[in-house]
Design a protein. Structure first.
Lengths: 105, 357
């Protein structure tokens, strides 16, 4: 069974973009997730940790934020703060797909 | 170092023609990468995903025709070079295509007859770099273009685009009668436009009933603007002159901020390369720290998730919305009141583009 894996293990693949919603607690632990279980958990942890850090640093900068969005060429991440934790929406973007409904700006 | 291969996109509904063109263009000396599309929708989709340098476009096509595609790409991709290659030998189409700002218009028959010249033209378009200058007429400054329009005693509207900024100049019978740029009108707008060092322009049909907001002769205005530009380019002679210049710059930026309705702007250079500049806020240090960190986090996440380049970072609370944008290695944090309407991303981009122009 492991014979073929020996040959194909090292091949780099294209990581599918995450789609769905996660909630993280104040310590960055994922509480709920609708993102495919095939998507690497450590990537979701990274997103949660970074988003919480941005909320915390915005508070320190006297600019507390209720919502933060990171827009990339092919992914849109929107996070809303929830009692220390956050709910994070992950929307993949494609060329002919309209940007998903979004509040401001 | 590996040589950069430009990408050319050919749009034509005739697949045989696409094959023929692909073979011909693949033989260009710069060995460009050739992409093809047989309809406008596919072409727009490719332009979204690929950094195309040159679009070669047919005019007559079902559903979305070539002129529609050109109108869209001129707005969305002002830096894209465009060539029309049409079977229609019609002057009306030619002038309409040039009015849309295309770089070249060729008839297919002529192209086949004179393919060497056509190849040379394409090579020149591909090779032209992004040095200061206005596309449309090579190696001419905007001052030259305005003088040419006025000397020819023509009537037209020049639409000038510099990234997200759009300006217009109204010329009637060789006289400059009005200008509009960055929210300003008349002479003030004209001076702003002449300070732009690069961009693209299109010649639009004249608007005979347009009001006269400029009364000075165009040559006097050009002379004054040239003097202003010279003064701005040379170092101030005395500390007082430097202070005066800095003060004028601050007043201009403050008026820009007020006119657009933003709360504040912070312009942040890369670390170790100068001091941040802020207008509208006293909280400079913590906001600079947050902005730098937000940009770094976004870049790192984008790479890790393979999500593409960072377009922007935004944040909001009950009182304020903020946008982090990057332009020419500087980060900008733009704050808006929560009630600010319109497309804030577009407004912020314009503000940032105007900041150091």
């Amino acid at each position: 069974m492991g014979f073929l894996k020996r040959f194909f293990r090292g091949r780099a693949g294209v990581q599918q973009l995450p789609t769905g919603t996660i909630t993280v607690d104040r310590n960055g632990h994922i509480v709920t997730s609708t993102v495919s279980s095939a998507y690497p958990k450590n990537f979701l942890h990274d997103i949660g940790r970074d988003v919480l850090q941005l909320f915390a640093e915005a508070r320190e900068a006297q600019m507390p934020l209720a919502e933060i969005s990171l827009q990339f060429g092919s992914l849109h991440i929107t996070a809303r703060e929830l009692r220390g934790g956050a709910i994070i929406f992950l929307f993949p973007q494609t060329a002919l797909l309209a940007t998903p409904t979004r509040s401001r700006p | 170092m590996m040589e950069k291969r430009h990408k050319i996109l050919i749009l034509d509904d005739d697949t045989d023609w696409l094959t023929l063109s692909r073979e011909m263009l693949a033989a260009l000396p710069s060995r460009p990468e050739i992409l093809t599309a047989n309809n406008g929708k596919r072409a727009l989709s490719l332009l979204e995903s690929e950094p195309v340098r040159l679009l070669i476009c047919d005019l007559k096509m079902p559903r979305i025709d070539g002129l529609q595609v050109l109108a869209i790409v001129r707005r969305r991709y002002p830096e894209l070079r465009t060539v029309v290659l049409s079977g229609l030998e019609d002057e009306d189409f030619r002038s309409r295509a040039y009015a849309l700002g295309v770089d070249l218009f060729w008839i297919k028959m002529e192209m086949q007859r004179d393919s060497k010249l056509f190849i040379e033209c394409l090579e020149s378009l591909l090779g032209r770099d992004d040095e200061p200058g206005f596309r449309g007429i090579q190696s001419k400054s905007l001052m030259d273009i305005i003088q040419m329009e006025c000397l020819s005693r023509s009537s037209s509207v020049l639409r000038i685009t510099r990234g997200p900024l759009v300006a217009k100049l109204w010329i009637q019978d060789g006289e400059l009668i009005d200008a509009e740029a960055e929210g300003a009108r008349g002479e003030a707008a004209f001076r702003r436009i002449l300070s732009w060092k690069s961009g693209t322009f299109e010649n639009l049909p004249a608007e005979p009933g347009h009001p006269h907001n400029i009364t000075k002769p165009v040559n006097a205005l050009l002379l004054e603007s040239a003097q202003d530009l010279d003064e701005a380019a040379s170092a101030p002679a005395t500390p007082e002159a430097a202070e005066d210049a800095a003060h004028r710059k601050s007043v201009w930026k403050l008026s820009l901020l007020t006119r657009e309705g933003a709360d504040f702007v912070i312009s942040i250079p890369p670390e170790g390369l100068g001091e941040p500049e802020a207008l509208g806020t006293q909280m400079i240090t913590p906001l600079v720290k947050w902005t730098r960190h937000a940009a770094a986090v976004a870049r790192r996440l984008g790479e890790r998730l393979e999500a593409g380049p960072v377009m922007q970072v935004t944040g909001q609370n009950l009182e304020r919305q903020v946008l982090v944008l990057e332009r020419e290695e500087r980060l900008f944090l733009v704050g808006w009141p929560v009630e600010a309407g319109g497309n804030l991303l577009e407004k912020s981009r314009k503000l940032v583009a105007s900041w150091d122009s």
